[in-house]
Design a protein around this ligand. Structure first.
Ligand code: AMP
Length: 402
């Protein structure tokens, strides 16, 4: 079965095209700056490597954008499909499913109304995801459309971990609770670790650490998420590229009083000018590492703050889990930065976790164990693949419906 995976943003569409169940990536690409004169459509055939397209031209809206993607998949040169019906299903990334959607969901008009109800919780993301679903449904009416939620994996978190200690009405009337994000990534790497260890996932206790531009961790007990660092929004938890992560909630009020910021400014400052960028002026870990190694104080501080926060949560989640089988590093920083992994795991011997310096440096783009032989906890670096996980979950859902 050929499955198209769509990640629709406010002015972009990213796609990947898989042959399943072989998990073979056939093609992928993106459209950026939708609505602008200089929109850019990039796509390439990956298996076998072939046609590459890179065109800058006006793309009026998401419908026109997705039409371009489908026309490209159908084009003779790509040699991917001859008929539109060969796109047998579409898996959509949806950021927020609130408590309404706890699993992959086949989309119909009722589900679309439910997605709209979740919009207040993700005003920047859900409307764009819904638009992508509507456009894909219009263009591919025969293909089942499936929603895969960033939040769904964390719906197993118990109430004492997802509730905030605020008046109950925040939760009952306004749905304020921890939801968590990056669920497809945490779920994918957890399953990869289980298959590498050749053990059933429901017997494993893991801490998965997704360190990219956005960053989050999950405590996974017997295969189920029991806590995660992101909260009502993706602002809470770890220090990120430009997001502050955990903060004394009084700081925004204090800064509003003292510096005269309004709510929009505070929102902007905490989401776009904080995190690594706020501390040292750079949000790319490569720049930070280079400058820290040259002895610059602010990048060194940013690096130490970033890793200390991760380390603190490893300790917290080890306590939450009781028994820890493995820790998994993933995403741009987690997969590529030996320095970050080393600092995050420093002095964790009390939990039985020790990484091997050489194995940590020798990591390649595949599942790599990096613990010392004496470490009772396994430590893995596992490349994440959120799009593949969306295709896998889409196929699983369609198989159960048959
Ligand atoms: P992601 O959001 O998962 O694509 O991760 C993007 C981030 O990964 C970038 O902003 C960089 O900070 C980081 N990154 C990518 N490659 C490296 C590398 N070789 N060393 C350190 N950080 C990296």
């Amino acid at each position: 079965m050929k499955i198209l995976v769509v990640n629709s943003g406010s002015s972009s569409i990213k796609f990947k095209f898989f042959s399943m169940p072989e998990e073979k990536l056939l093609a992928g690409g993106s459209i950026e700056r939708i609505g602008k004169e200089d929109a850019r459509f990039r796509a390439s055939v990956t298996s076998p490597p072939g046609e590459v397209t890179d065109v800058v031209a006006k793309i009026g809206d998401h419908r026109e954008g997705l039409s371009k993607v489908i026309d490209w998949l159908l084009a003779k040169e790509t040699e991917l499909i001859d008929d539109i019906e060969e796109i047998e299903a579409v898996g959509h990334r949806v950021v927020h499913g609130a408590e309404l959607f706890q699993a992959p969901t086949l989309i119909d008009s009722k589900v679309l109304r439910g997605l709209a109800d979740c919009t207040a919780l993700a005003p920047l993301h859900n409307p764009a995801n819904i638009l992508g679903i509507e456009v894909a449904t219009g263009l591919l009416p025969k293909a089942p459309q499936v929603a895969i939620f960033d939040t769904a994996f964390h719906q197993s978190i118990p109430d004492f971990a997802y509730r905030y200690a605020v008046p109950e009405s925040f939760y009952t009337d306004y749905k304020v609770r921890r939801y968590g994000f990056h669920g497809t990534s945490h779920s994918y790497v957890a399953k990869q670790a289980a298959s590498y260890l050749d053990r059933p996932i429901d017997e494993l206790n893991l801490i998965t650490i997704h360190l990219g531009n956005g960053a989050s961790m999950a405590a996974i007990k017997n295969g189920q998420s029991v806590d995660t660092t992101m909260g009502l929004t993706p602002l809470e938890g770890l220090i990120m590229g430009t997001r502050c992560g955990d903060l004394d909630p009084a700081i925004p009020f204090y800064m509003m009083e003292e510096a005269g910021f309004d709510t929009d400014q505070i929102d902007n400052l905490l989401n776009k000018s904080s995190g690594l960028k706020g501390v040292c002026g750079f949000n790319d870990m490569r720049d930070i590492e280079t400058r820290a190694s040259q002895g610059e104080a602010a990048p060194k501080l940013a690096l130490n703050m970033f890793c200390y926060r991760v380390k603190k949560y490893i300790g917290a989640y080890a306590a939450a889990l009781g028994r820890l089988d493995a820790v998994v590093f993933t995403a741009g920083i987690g997969e590529n930065s030996a320095t970050v992994r080393e600092l995050c795991c420093e002095n964790l011997g009390i939990f039985g976790l020790e990484i091997d310096a050489q194995k940590n440096i020798d990591v390649q783009a595949k599942i790599c164990p990096i613990q010392k032989d004496t470490s009772t906890v396994k430590v893995f670096v596992i490349p994440t693949n959120e799009e593949l996980e969306i295709a896998i979950q889409t196929l699983d859902l369609l198989n159960t419906k048959d």
